[in-house]
Design a protein around this ligand. Structure first.
Ligand SMILES: [Zn+2]
Length: 279
């Protein structure tokens, strides 16, 4: 078996023409690395189907209790998302009515959106726990409880802490703004990409595409928000830049509202699909 790149391991074909697992895939039950094993066999440790671990077992074919747990998760996530969306819309409207002029109105509405996006990251973290694929504890112990992973994690955290201390010392304000944006972007992106995987496993490819669009919109919005918070201090001293920043802010606010509506619609459809499976 030739050496494959990490990209091929993650996104390439997991099984070759001889029906052997060639990518790094883990047993869904016990976390054993299945590379080199026949795809139509069973895990030598726990006996779980290798095919189901590699391609995922459809939720519709699994035990009904899994779909019911996911439905409970969808209900728990849906109501806070509705509440945060309603509060965001109300906050933006109130700000808009009290604004002095158009550029100030756009800036204030964007700041309200940033504040509620921070609350949204807590909802996204709840979604990661309740509305994504779950595995038994043995799987997490095998994948993340080993020395190699813990050393890599410790090295990553030390590197990140060193970078943050250095950035905080020389340019504290942009550093905190980047951290703030990362705080709401990372949980939202993880939740939406894992929701996309769950929808493929439902199986519901249309909802998987909806989740993919929401993921991409979140990335574009985060990039726009980063450009705005970094350019805004410059726009106060350079008049030529202020028009561009106002236009970009207006675009980001519009994109944020579209994303909110899109995610609400997505979660309602996910709930409906899970209800159908639980019938
Ligand atoms: Zn196993």
């Amino acid at each position: 078996m030739g050496r494959r790149s990490k990209v091929a391991d993650r996104f390439g074909q997991p099984v070759d023409v001889e029906n052997t697992v060639v990518a790094v895939r883990y047993c869904a039950k016990c976390g054993l690395n299945l590379r080199g094993r026949p795809a139509d066999g069973q895990c030598p440790t726990c006996g779980y189907s290798i095919h189901d671990s590699v391609y995922g077992r459809y939720v519709v074919d699994s035990d009904r209790s899994e779909a019911r747990e996911l439905l409970d998760g969808a209900n728990v996530v849906l109501y806070p998302v509705g509440l945060v969306s309603g509060l965001t819309a109300l906050g933006m409207l109130t700000t808009l009515l009290g604004a002095r002029d158009f550029p100030n109105a756009v800036e204030d509405v964007f700041n309200v959106g940033l504040f509620f996006a921070t609350l949204g990251s807590i909802v996204a973290a709840t979604g990661i726990v309740l509305l994504t694929d779950r595995h038994p504890m043995a799987y997490y112990r095998a994948r993340y409880g080993n020395l190699g992973f813990l050393l890599k994690l410790a090295a990553g955290l030390v590197g990140l802490a060193a970078a943050l201390i250095a950035a905080g010392r020389y340019c504290p304000r942009p550093c905190w703004q980047v951290l703030h944006l990362a705080f709401f972007t990372i949980p939202s992106c993880i939740f939406l990409s894992r929701l996309q995987a769950l929808m493929r496993r439902l199986p519901n490819l249309l909802l998987a595409r909806y989740a993919k669009v929401a993921y991409r919109l979140t990335c574009v919005l985060a990039a726009a928000a980063l450009a705005i918070v970094l350019l805004r201090p410059l726009a106060y001293s350079h008049v030529s830049l202020s028009g561009f920043v106002t236009a970009l802010t207006l675009l980001a606010v519009t994109l944020g509202l579209v994303l909110l509506i899109w995610v609400m619609r997505l979660l309602l459809l996910v709930r409906k699909a899970l209800l159908w499976i639980c019938r």
